[in-house]
Ligand binder design. Structure first.
Ligand code: FAD
Length: 287
């Protein structure tokens, strides 16, 4: 299999997908069905989220990541959060991921889970990164084009990002953002701060008013007026709104590709049709 670093070195414009462990008891079986469809699109890699605190099917992340690379020959990235972790639980996770042959890990702090005990060993993602890098993984980290929602300023957010590079991260994946101009400003700021890691840009299509409101409040993404107008135009037509969301995201992806970004990462929300539309748009534009 391939490390994400080698993918950025050898592919002109890596296009990757993010999935989450499907809900329900048959998470691995459902993930296999979905992976079969996604693999047909020949993604550069697929990343698999995990839920902080081990809620949902987060504990299935390494098994799903290993299954996709073993059975479909698609490189994978397993997400790992540390907000409630101890040194021992991270050592156990490392052991498990190594046993499964996982090479790439996205090192995350995770969101604060109400009522849970914060980690004494890992305050920030930057504390987890060197542990994973020392264990031999190719380590990625999260980046925030509009600043992290809990961070006081864009400048501080960039400083914290630089700390992740200095701690040993090898690649960066950005938070969803609906405004490419913000992304380009972020790229310039990262450049000025000496951030040299490859950055792949996360784009998520909006699917409904509820979903986009959740996203905006969860991560602080700003809503361009073009999106607000689409939400108003298709207020009473859920299917047309969904299509408009996919088209908007495809437009963002093509514009990013033309801008010469390092990579494109599609938050496909476990919907192969979203991944298919994204890949078709990027390929049709000649990338
Ligand atoms: P950190 O980099 O540790 O940052 C957390 C906060 O602390 C930020 O406000 C930051 O600015 C601040 N900070 C960082 N370093 C310092 C410092 N030295 N001093 C003071 N403040 C500091 N969540 C999940 O639960 N599961 C997932 O699978 C998942 N996948 C994600 C994938 C991507 C690409 C992204 C962008 C996010 C993902 N998240 C996931 C959400 C992520 O866990 C949250 O955004 C979380 O709140 C921050 O994680 P982080 O790794 O960026 O944290």
């Amino acid at each position: 299999m391939s490390t994400v670093t080698s993918i950025f070195e050898t592919q002109k414009l890596p296009v990757s997908f993010e999935i989450f462990p499907p809900k329900g008891d048959l998470t691995l079986t459902a993930a296999r069905t979905m992976a079969a469809e996604l693999a047909e699109l020949a993604p550069s890699f697929i990343s698999v989220t995990c839920s902080a605190g081990g809620s949902g099917n987060g504990s299935a992340t390494p098994a799903i990541a290993a299954m996709i690379s073993d059975e479909f020959d698609v490189p994978t990235v397993a997400h790992l959060t540390c907000i409630n972790a101890s040194s021992q639980s991270i050592a156990d996770a490392i052991f498990d991921m190594r046993e499964r042959g996982i090479e790439n890990v996205l090192a995350l702090r995770g969101d604060v889970v109400a009522g849970s005990e914060p980690s004494k060993a890992f305050s920030f993602a930057k504390d987890l990164i060197p542990v994973l890098a020392d264990a031999g993984f190719c380590v990625g980290a999260a980046a925030y084009p509009e600043g992290h929602i809990a961070c006081e300023s864009d400048a501080a957010s960039i400083e914290h990002l630089k700390m992740k590079q200095d701690a040993g991260a090898s690649f960066l994946v950005t938070q969803l953002c609906f405004d490419n101009e913000r992304i380009y400003r972020f790229m310039d700021a990262a450049d000025r701060a000496g951030i040299t890691l490859p950055i792949t840009h996360g784009i998520m299509p909006f699917m409904s008013k509820d979903q986009i409101s959740r996203m905006v409040f969860m991560c602080g993404a700003s809503l361009p007026s073009a999106i607000i107008k689409l939400l108003a135009k298709y207020e009473n037509d859920a299917e047309a709104l969904k299509q408009a969301g996919i088209e908007y995201a495809c437009g963002q992806l093509v514009d990013l590709a033309k801008h010469g970004v390092d990579g494109l990462h599609v938050y496909c929300m476990n919907k192969p049709e979203v991944a298919r539309a994204a890949v078709a748009a990027v390929r049709a534009a000649g990338f």
